[in-house]
Ligand binder design. Structure first.
Ligand code: HPA
Length: 282
């Protein structure tokens, strides 16, 4: 009997992707705005446009977001990389926003690295800093798990006390240290956008514990944690959040900063991913 609904869609998607390669990817990655360079340098690279993947949501074109799933290897670790993501601000339902992350889980990855561009809320951060997510605050005003629970994916009321895997975080910190790449740590607050925050919102977010702010990552992290996949999150601080500096925010600044630090980001991921692969095999 063929399954219908979400599970049927995820299975169709996973079966399609399994048919492309003989090895199942061990690690999944979601690349944020302007961070696509990592996917371009994979070994044994096979790029599949989202349009060709059954049931896959296709992002509406924002400059800096491509839309392809790239299979390949980092050293000997097989990976599946999502280059371009669907954002809630596009007006898409949360089920679409988290579908690609769930598809990676269904495909069989043991861990997913979520990356994003974010505004620095903590005053000591600087544009160009990389920040490891220790936790998040969901300020989307909704939750991707709202609706009937798919019990085979996870619990109705899943624990969220350790969304960002402590062992993977340690691996990321050790890797950054050995490469002499400074890696900050902090709490990422996700909100819907597409307008940037007001200075008053940023002051409020700082008061409740945010170190960085962005428009993604939180929904995927919730959906992956729900389904038992280990998550690592890394932000590129592309700009200081609203009201910190006496200048308006601009998407071109976001892209210019990701471009500037792109090399460092790619070096970190290239060294880190095989270590994550080895950890998963243990
Ligand atoms: N706010 C929200 N999202 C962002 C920002 C910001 O300042 N910078 C990059 N993405």
């Amino acid at each position: 009997m063929t399954r219908t609904g979400l599970l049927g869609q995820l299975d169709a998607c996973a079966a399609f992707l399994r048919g492309k390669r003989d090895r199942v990817p061990a690690v999944g990655l979601v690349l944020g705005s302007g961070l696509g360079a990592f996917a371009e340098r994979l070994k044994n690279r096979l790029a599949i446009p989202y349009e060709e993947i059954p049931h896959f949501p296709v992002p509406s074109g924002v400059v800096g977001h491509a839309g392809e799933l790239v299979l390949g290897d980092v050293d000997s670790t097989p990976v599946a990389v999502l280059s371009g993501r669907v954002h809630f601000y596009e007006g898409r339902p949360m089920t679409d926003v988290v579908f690609p992350a769930r598809a990676l889980a269904r495909l069989g990855v043991g861990a997913v690295v979520l990356t994003n561009a974010a505004g620095g809320v903590r005053r000591t951060f600087k544009p160009g800093d990389l920040m490891l997510l220790t936790d998040h605050i969901n300020a989307f005003g909704t939750n991707p798990l709202i609706g009937p629970n798919e019990d085979s994916l996870g619990a109705r009321f899943p624990d969220m006390s350790r969304v960002y895997d402590p062992a993977l975080r340690k691996l990321a910190k050790d890797t950054a240290r050995s490469l002499r790449i400074p890696l900050r740590e902090g709490v990422y607050l996700g909100n819907s956008g597409p307008s940037y925050e007001t200075p008053a919102e940023i002051r409020a977010y700082r008061t409740i514990g945010a170190d960085a702010v962005g428009m993604s990552t939180v929904p995927e992290a919730i959906a992956l944690s729900h389904t038992g996949v280990r998550v690592l999150g890394i932000s590129t601080i592309t700009n200081m959040a609203a009201g910190i500096l006496p200048k308006p925010l601009d998407h071109s600044e976001v892209l210019a900063t990701t471009k500037k630090v792109g090399d460092r980001f790619v070096r970190l991921l290239t060294a880190l991913v095989p270590k994550i692969g080895r950890t998963l095999r243990k």
